[in-house]
Design a protein around this ligand. Structure first.
Ligand code: UDP
Length: 244
């Protein structure tokens, strides 16, 4: 297996599927099936959950509230998403899992303690990381990289809904846009490719954390990537830039 320990970033949008807000049962089903399949095949899975299906801090001005407060609301949204994911995973028999959060919430989730998270993964438990890094002014893209480095993940899997990788331009508006097979962090940063936050790219580059951006609607995507197939865009430090 090419990658044994993965950090899977599941955005809020993946949970809401076709809807603009909330949850869609089919999407939840698909996501939980993939997570269980990966875990059962021996992959150590840490899931970091977004909150965009409920609230994003960048809408602070629309609501006339301070950004830091809006970010708190966004972080709470990620915890709601973590709990629905836990509920759905448990209902499918995945009892060996933990929700962890850096925001104290002891009656519903464990505190995030780095070495405890590592221990759970060593024991084969799935961990769901809610609440991002517990601090405002960043998003869960950044939190994914931060936690991946902390828990010594081999790779970050940025699961996207309906986007099968990184393109040179927006493929919905530019028919000439080409999809990268492999990409370097330098190229992603210098071209300002907006697939994940710039701060997440910079952290990944500094700590040499490889990343895949891929379409989560594709079946077996986690197990395929972990067994060495490139089904999306691979981003790394020292690779040749290749297009599809
Ligand atoms: N957030 C934060 N700190 C973190 C992670 C998230 O303040 O460490 C807030 C931020 O407002 C963000 C929101 O939580 O917009 C929801 O996360 P995100 O937008 O990354 O969700 P996604 O787009 O992945 O669904």
């Amino acid at each position: 297996m090419k990658y044994k320990r993965v950090l899977l970033k599941v955005s809020g949008g993946a949970l809401s599927g076709e809807r603009d807000f909330g949850f869609e049962k089919d999407s939840l089903d698909r996501i939980t099936d993939e997570i269980i399949k990966a875990s059962n095949s021996g992959i150590e899975v840490a899931v970091l959950v977004g909150g965009g299906n409920i609230f994003r801090g960048k809408t602070a001005d629309d609501w006339n509230i301070e950004r830091a407060e809006a970010d708190n609301i966004g972080m709470m949204a990620t915890i709601i998403n973590s709990l629905i994911l836990r509920g759905a995973l448990v209902s499918k028999g995945a009892h060996d899992l933990r929700v962890m959060t850096p925001i104290p919430m002891n009656t519903v989730a464990e505190p995030y303690i780095r070495l405890r998270a590592v221990h759970h993964l060593d024991k084969g438990k799935i961990i769901i990381l809610g609440g991002g890094i517990g601090q405002p002014f960043v998003t869960t893209d950044y939190a994914s990289l931060q936690r991946a480095i902390e828990i010594r993940a081999d790779v970050v899997l940025m699961a996207k809904q309906g986007t099968d990788g990184v393109y040179t331009d927006n493929p919905n508006t530019n028919p000439e846009a080409k999809r990268y097979k492999t990409l370097t962090y330098d190229e992603a940063i210098s071209k300002n490719l907006k697939v994940v936050d710039g701060s997440a790219f910079i952290l990944a580059k500094d700590y040499k954390m490889p990343m895949y951006i891929f379409d989560f609607n594709k079946k077996d995507s986690i197990t395929d990537i972990c067994s060495g197939k490139n089904i999306g865009t691979f981003v790394g430090n020292d690779c040749e830039i290749e297009m599809y």
